[in-house]
Ligand binder design. Structure first.
Ligand SMILES: [Zn+2]
Length: 329
C-alpha cells in the first residue's frame, strides 16, 4: 500500500510517500510535562497575584494514570478489519524542573529532573509511568520524542540574570512548582529556539542541539527501554541542525505542525520522513468544524490532540472524528 513517488521540483528530485488508501495518524504532544499543580498549586498562584482562569491553558495540569488508562481503553474499542486497534503517538517531554533543588539554590538556574526519576517536589501521579508503559505494551500508544523541558533555557537564563519582572514571574511560578504558562510569557520560547535571540535565527547551535537531543534520547531509553524513532520539536521549532541531531540518534520520522499548511509527506536529505499535521484538537479551540476539516485534509490525515490534560473537552471531538472517517484508523 505504500509507494514511492518522485517529485521533480526546480530540477531537484524529492522522495515522497503516497498511500493507496486513506490513513489517519494520531499524534499528541506534551506527555509527561507538568503544569499548574492541581487545586493546591492553582490556589497558591491565585493567592500570589496570578489571575488564573483567564485562558484554557491556565488549567493545564498533568495527565493522571486514570486519564492514560481511559485513553488506552477508548483506543482499544476501535478495530480495523484485522482486529488491530489504532495506535496513538504520544510525544514525551523527558524532564521536568527539579523545583526543590532549584529552591535550595535560590531559584537562580534551571535544574532538570528526568521523568524516569519521577515527578518533582510535591507533584503526585501514582502509577503514571506504568500506565504509559501498559498502553505501549497493548499497542495503543507509541512513544515519540518531544524534548526535555520544552522551553528555551537560554531565554530563562537571560531573564534570571536580568532579574526584572520576567524573573519575578518565574520565581512565583516555580515556588508553586509550575515551570511556566506559555501564553503569559511567550518570550520563554521553545527548547531549540529563543524568539529573542539574534544569532542563528534564534536557534541553538548544532552542538547545543545535539547535546540536548542526546540527553533527551538517553532519558527516553531509560523510560521506555528503546530509543525514539519519531520526534516533534517543542513548538514545532526545528531547523536543519535539529533534523541532523535527530537523524544521528536514529530518529526516522519528523512530525511538523499545521502551521506549515497542507503539505504532502516527504523524505529529507537526512533520510527522515516528514509528516505534516492538518487537524488540531486543542482545548483552546471550542468550536471545531470536524466535517470541514476532514474534507480539506485529504489523506493522509494527521491529527494532533491534547487529550488527557483537558480530557472532557477534547476527547469528544476526537471520538467524533474517528467515527466520521468512515473507517477505523
Ligand atoms: Zn509541546
Amino acid at each position: 500500500m505504500l509507494g514511492f513517488l518522485k517529485n521533480l521540483r526546480k530540477g531537484k528530485t524529492h522522495a515522497a510517500f503516497t498511500f493507496s488508501r486513506p490513513l489517519v495518524l494520531l499524534q499528541s504532544d506534551d506527555w509527561g510535562r507538568v503544569g499548574v499543580r492541581d487545586k493546591e498549586g492553582f490556589e497558591w498562584l491565585r493567592a500570589h497575584g496570578i489571575r488564573l482562569g483567564e485562558r484554557p491553558y491556565d488549567l493545564y495540569s498533568m495527565e493522571t494514570a486514570d486519564d492514560v488508562t481511559a485513553l488506552a481503553e477508548m483506543l482499544r474499542r476501535h478495530h480495523d478489519s484485522l482486529g488491530r486497534s489504532p495506535c496513538m503517538t504520544l510525544n514525551f517531554c523527558t524532564a521536568n524542573l527539579d523545583f526543590p533543588r532549584m529552591r535550595r539554590q535560590g531559584l537562580v538556574r534551571v535544574i532538570a529532573l528526568p521523568l524516569s526519576k519521577g515527578l518533582p517536589g510535591t507533584w503526585s501521579r501514582p502509577g503514571i509511568l506504568e500506565a504509559y508503559r501498559e498502553g505501549i505494551k497493548q499497542g495503543v500508544f507509541h512513544p515519540g520524542l518531544h524534548g526535555t523541558v520544552h522551553f528555551s533555557e537560554l531565554a530563562v537564563s537571560k531573564a534570571l540574570v536580568k532579574g526584572d519582572e520576567r524573573a519575578e514571574l518565574l520565581h512565583t511560578l516555580w515556588k508553586a512548582e509550575t515551570p511556566y504558562i506559555f501564553w503569559r510569557m511567550p518570550w520563554i520560547g521553545y527548547e531549540y529556539w529563543s524568539g529573542e535571540e539574534p544569532h542563528n535565527g534564534g536557534f541553538l547551535t548544532s552542538g547545543q542541539q545535539r547535546e540536548r537531543v542526546n540527553q533527551a534520547c538517553e532519558i527516553f531509553s531509560e523510560l521506555f527501554g528503546a530509543k525514539p524513532v519519531s520526534a516533534c520539536a517543542p513548538g514545532y521549532r526545528s531547523n536543519s541542525s535539529t533534523c541532523r541531531a535527530w537523524s544521528e540518534t536514529g530518529i526516522r520520522v519528523v512530525e511538523n505542525g499545521t502551521g506549515d499548511g497542507l503539505r504532502p509527506p516527504h523524505v529529507d536529505h537526512f533520510n527522515s520522513l516528514h509528516l505534516f499535521r492538518n487537524l488540531d484538537f486543542e482545548p483552546s479551540q471550542h468550536e471545531l468544524d470536524t466535517d470541514k476539516y476532514l474534507e480539506v485534509a485529504a489523506p493522509p490525515v494527521s491529527v494532533t490532540a491534547r487529550l488527557a490534560r483537558f480530557q472532557s473537552r477534547a476527547a469528544t471531538p476526537l471520538r467524533s472524528a474517528l467515527a466520521q472517517t468512515g473507517r477505523e484508523p
